[in-house]
Design a protein around this ligand. Structure first.
Ligand code: GSH
Length: 201
C-alpha cells in the first residue's frame, strides 16, 4: 500500500496527489501536523531528516521530496507515457523539476507563504524571481501545449501547483494567458484533483 505523508495546504504534496490520481493508484493519506511541529519530531525525522512533507512510503520504500516522488511514481507505475525513454526529453523534464525546486520555490511559493502564513521573507527579491520565472513560462507556452514535448509530463505537475496557488501570494496570474490556458488543459484531464486556494477561472 502507498502512504503519502501530507499536509492539505501544501502545493508540494499536491504534486504527488495529482500523479497518484492520474495513475489511478490506491493510496492512503497520513496528515502531518506541521503547525504542531510533528515534522521536527524524532519519528518523522527518520522518514525525512529535512523535516518536510511530502514523503511517500511505497510498501516500505521511503521517498522524500516532491520532485523525487514524481520521478519514482512515473518510472515505477507510469509507463512510457509518464517516463519517456528518450534522453533529451528526460533532460528537459529534469530541467523543469529543477525550476520547480528553485525559481518557483524562491518566487511564487515564498510569496504565498508570506501572504498566507505570515513568514518573513525578502518580498522584493521573491517578486523579482516570480516575475522572471512567470515570464519565461508564459513565453515557453506561447507555441506549446505542455512544458515538454506534446503530451503532459511530470514537468507540468511539478510546476503547476505553485503557479495555480500564486494569487494567494498576490500575483495576478490572469495577466499570463498562456499559463492560464495551460492550467485549463491540465484541469480537463481525467483524474485531475484540485486543492484549496487554487486560481479559479
Ligand atoms: N524540496 C521539498 C520542499 C518541501 C517543503 O518545503 N515542504 C514544506 C511544506 S510545502 C514543509 O514541510 N515545511 C515544514 C517545515 O519547513 O517545517 C519538496 O519539494 O518536497
Amino acid at each position: 500500500m502507498i502512504t503519502l505523508y501530507d499536509m492539505s495546504l501544501s502545493g508540494n504534496c499536491h504534486k504527488a496527489l495529482m500523479l497518484l490520481s492520474f495513475l489511478s493508484l490506491p493510496y492512503q493519506l497520513r496528515p502531518v501536523d506541521l503547525a504542531g511541529g510533528e515534522q521536527r519530531g524524532a519519528e518523522y525525522l527518520q522518514l525525512n531528516p529535512f523535516g518536510q512533507v511530502p514523503v511517500l512510503d511505497d510498501a516500505g520504500l521511503i521517498i522524500r521530496d516532491s520532485q523525487a516522488i514524481l520521478v519514482y511514481l512515473a518510472k515505477r507505475y507510469g509507463g512510457e507515457a509518464w517516463w519517456p525513454d528518450d534522453p533529451y526529453r528526460l533532460a528537459q523534464i529534469a530541467a523543469w523539476l529543477s525550476t520547480a525546486a528553485n525559481d518557483i520555490f524562491h518566487g511564487p511559493a515564498l510569496l504565498r507563504v508570506h501572504h498566507k502564513f505570515g513568514r518573513a521573507i525578502d518580498t522584493g527579491r521573491a517578486r523579482q524571481t516570480a516575475d522572471k520565472v512567470l515570464g519565461i513560462i508564459e513565453s515557453h507556452l506561447e507555441s506549446r501545449d505542455w512544458l515538454v514535448g506534446d503530451t503532459v509530463s511530470i514537468a507540468d505537475l511539478a510546476v503547476y501547483p505553485y503557479l495555480a496557488l500564486s494569487p494567494e501570494g498576490g500575483i495576478d496570474i490572469g495577466a499570463y494567458p498562456n499559463i492560464v490556458a495551460w492550467f485549463q488543459r491540465l484541469r480537463a484531464m481525467p483524474g485531475y484533483v484540485s486543492m484549496p486556494g487554487m486560481w479559479q477561472a
